[in-house]
Design a binder for this molecule. Structure first.
Ligand code: TXA
Ligand code: MG
Length: 330
């Protein structure tokens, strides 16, 4: 590849109601656009256009071995890209549109540039709700869209967070308000008729098991990473994170959860409560934006109160462990 001066974009932020046409025009021109989804904001490009896909990797600083999730407007579009087994189809019927991503064998003749798949013969597919699905329907083909953050950093749950991370690198951010789910989609893969969890997310294990009528199989500790993006250090704020904190140390920021007060809370330099009532749904919706807000205050560290690991707590604790992991571990 030859070196060219990067174009200096004036990143525009437009509310959803005004953004459909400009977003579509940009996508048809092979440009990339940040769009709201129910989970987190995505950095979207036409999945069939190699130049658009390359721009996604470049804007995020994402390693090219990490494949992108493809977003579809409906099941019919999904069937042109992935090969569905009966259980995957059942899960799509139960959870789409919504925060579930299915990994499927790549369909023959799928209109997807190989760069988006990082050389894999499988594809990760999801039908989002709302604006994104409408836009994809208009485009007439899948959108590749990873979370709209710089690689390894916190996923954005608002247009302002996208703007802060990618200003000048992309032409347009579509503002759909705060992302209601707040953590990324759950990623699963059916193989040998069994349901495997690749990444916990916005659909809980219990919801999946109820819809599948089968147990959800979690990766064994130390197993090969199946979703290549699940490298250990990820979602990282600048300040070090201390998990399951039983007390707060001087000058730490506090990320609280639930009605109980933790010892030393009065020493915290700043405090936010993910959900004073102890709702995991509310905590998931607030997680990334609260981490970002605490980090902006440049504390010595962030103490995080224990959060239950049932339901959405599995995804919340997964993201917190990655955010706390020593940097540079993959
Ligand atoms: O909620 C979400 O899933 C958001 C919104 C924008 O849709 N997207 C998202 O994308 O979180 P991203 O790229 O940040 O995370 C996608 C994950 C990565 O860990 C990637 O390695 C994995 O999906 N992935 C993509 N294709 C895969 C495949 N064929 N097999 C296994 N994992 C795959
Ligand atoms: Mg991501």
């Amino acid at each position: 590849m030859h070196e060219e001066a990067a174009p200096i974009w004036q990143t525009q932020v437009l509310p959803e109601a005004q953004a459909a046409k400009p977003a579509l025009d940009l996508l048809r021109d092979g440009e990339i656009v940040a769009i709201p989804t129910e989970t987190v904001y995505g950095l979207a490009g036409d999945a069939a256009n190699g130049a658009a896909v390359a721009k996604i990797f470049e804007a995020k600083g994402r390693p090219s071995f990490n494949p992108l999730i493809l977003h579809v407007s409906d099941l019919a579009m999904a069937e042109t890209v992935g090969v569905f087994d009966p259980l995957s189809r059942q899960l799509a019927a139960a959870f789409w549109p919504g925060p579930l991503t299915l990994v499927l064998p790549l369909a023959e003749g799928a209109a997807v540039h190989p760069l988006a798949l990082a050389g894999l013969q499988t594809v990760a597919l999801r039908q989002p709700r709302g604006f994104a699905a409408g836009l994809i329907g208009e485009l007439g083909g899948p959108l590749a869209a990873p979370s709209a953050n710089v690689s390894g950093r916190l996923s954005p749950t608002s247009a302002a967070a996208v703007q802060a991370a990618l200003n000048g690198r992309i032409p347009l951010v579509v503002d759909g308000g705060p992302a209601p789910v707040g953590v990324e989609s759950t990623i699963v893969r059916v193989s040998g008729g069994e349901l495997h969890l690749l990444r916990p997310g916005g659909v809980t294990a219990a919801e999946l098991e109820a819809a599948a009528g089968a147990p959800l199989i979690r990766p064994e500790a130390g197993a090969r990473i199946e979703a290549p993006g699940m490298m250990f250090s990820h979602y990282a704020p600048n300040a070090p994170l201390r998990l399951a904190a039983e007390r707060v140390e001087q000058e730490e920021a506090l990320l609280a959860f639930g009605p109980a007060r933790v010892a030393g809370a009065e020493k915290a330099s700043v405090e936010l409560n993910l959900s004073p009532s102890g709702s995991l749904r509310e905590a998931a919706a607030n997680l990334f934006s609260f981490l970002r807000q605490l980090d902006e205050r440049k504390p010595d560290g962030i103490a995080v109160m224990p959060i239950p690991s049932d339901g959405l707590g599995e995804a919340i604790n997964d993201r917190l462990r990655r955010a706390a992991a020593p940097r540079g571990q993959g």
